[in-house]
Design a protein around this ligand. Structure first.
Ligand code: MEV
Length: 313
């Protein structure tokens, strides 16, 4: 059984599309998949199913992924473990789990260690899948789904593992119905074309926040990191990516003692994250009292920082 991670963008969503770095943390769950040789070329995704190239988006995405891996005559069954379209990287996790299931089909024994070349292939297959749904993805979701852990990701470069000195406790709430990533990315691109100079200044500010957040993570400065999350939320709201529901969930978390809180992913709806410190219970209770679906994710402290593998987008 192959598996892949979901993700939480700590800082830098949207800016990463335009060349800024993003900081991303892997979630412990994402998707699992298994593949079998079968000329039917069917993809079963939870309770949805399609066939390779059957005209549906899913069928097209499956076709692109198989083409990228140079495979045919394979059916795959996937169990998604995350809600889709809420900023948790569920779609990239599905594609990485499928790509790994295809590799497992060839491997003997099936669980043999993954090589950097495998990772590059998996990453490219995931990008081929993501392009069907998201147009022009930066690759941050696919990189997080492939490698997990804490990463600094710059479009077109190999992701860098970031050593977080202390564990992170992150509370996540679904603040509202999802918006399409593609639509939100296009909305931001429109702001860029309307006011390129102003847009560039915001990009530079986000770049500085990401650099400082990386230093804070490495130094174990959680309160500094929390402040930087809050500043990033302000700039994302300036790009019209926040909503009243997101602002409300963010305010609840901060009032309950979160060190920082912001939207995560494409915005316009979907999830918020809060750096919880020792206030996880209070934050979760405050969200639950308002009927918000929420969960806790823990990122253990890193043992050593290494480059996770040679991929380039
Ligand atoms: C979506 O998870 C992250 C965005 O920055 C889009 C992308 O990077 O492709 C909004």
């Amino acid at each position: 059984m192959a598996s892949a991670f979901g993700k939480l963008i700590l800082l830098g969503e949207h800016a990463v599309v335009h060349g800024c770095p993003a900081l991303v943390a892997g979630l412990q769950r994402g998707a699992t998949a298994s593949a079998t040789a079968d000329e039917g070329q069917r993809l079963q995704l939870g309770d949805r199913s399609c066939h390779r190239g059957d005209g549906s988006d899913l069928g097209q995405a499956y076709d692109s992924l198989l083409t990228s891996m140079g495979r045919s005559g394979i059916s795959v069954e996937v169990s998604p473990e995350l809600p889709l379209g809420v900023g948790l990287g569920g779609s990239a996790a599905i594609s990485v789990a499928i790509a790994r299931a295809l590799l497992e089909l060839d491997a003997s024994p099936p669980e043999e260690p993954r090589t950097a070349q495998d990772s590059q292939q998996v990453f490219e297959a995931s990008m081929a899948w993501e392009r069907i749904f998201h147009g022009d993805p930066s690759g941050v979701d696919s990189a997080a789904a492939t490698f997990g852990g804490c990463l600094r990701y710059v479009r077109g470069e190999s992701p860098e593992s970031v050593k977080n000195a202390v564990p992170l406790v992150i509370a996540v709430a679904v603040a509202g119905p999802a918006a399409e990533t593609k639509t939100m990315v296009e909305q931001v691109a429109k702001l860029k074309s309307q006011s390129p100079d102003k847009f560039q200044k915001t990009l530079e500010a986000i770049h500085a926040l990401v650099d400082n957040a990386q230093l804070a993570l490495q130094a174990g400065d959680l309160s500094g990191l929390g402040q930087l999350l809050n500043y990033n939320q302000m700039l994302l709201a300036g790009w019209l990516l926040s909503t009243p529901e997101i602002e409300h969930a963010v305010a609840l978390a901060r009032d309950a003692g979160a060190l920082g809180a912001k939207l995560t992913g494409a915005g316009g709806g979907g999830c918020v994250l809060a750096l919880a410190g020792d206030r996880a219970d209070a934050i979760m209770n405050s969200w639950k009292n308002e009927g918000l679906e929420c969960f806790l994710s823990k990122v253990p402290a890193s043992i050593g920082a290494t480059t996770p593998g040679g991929i380039s987008a």
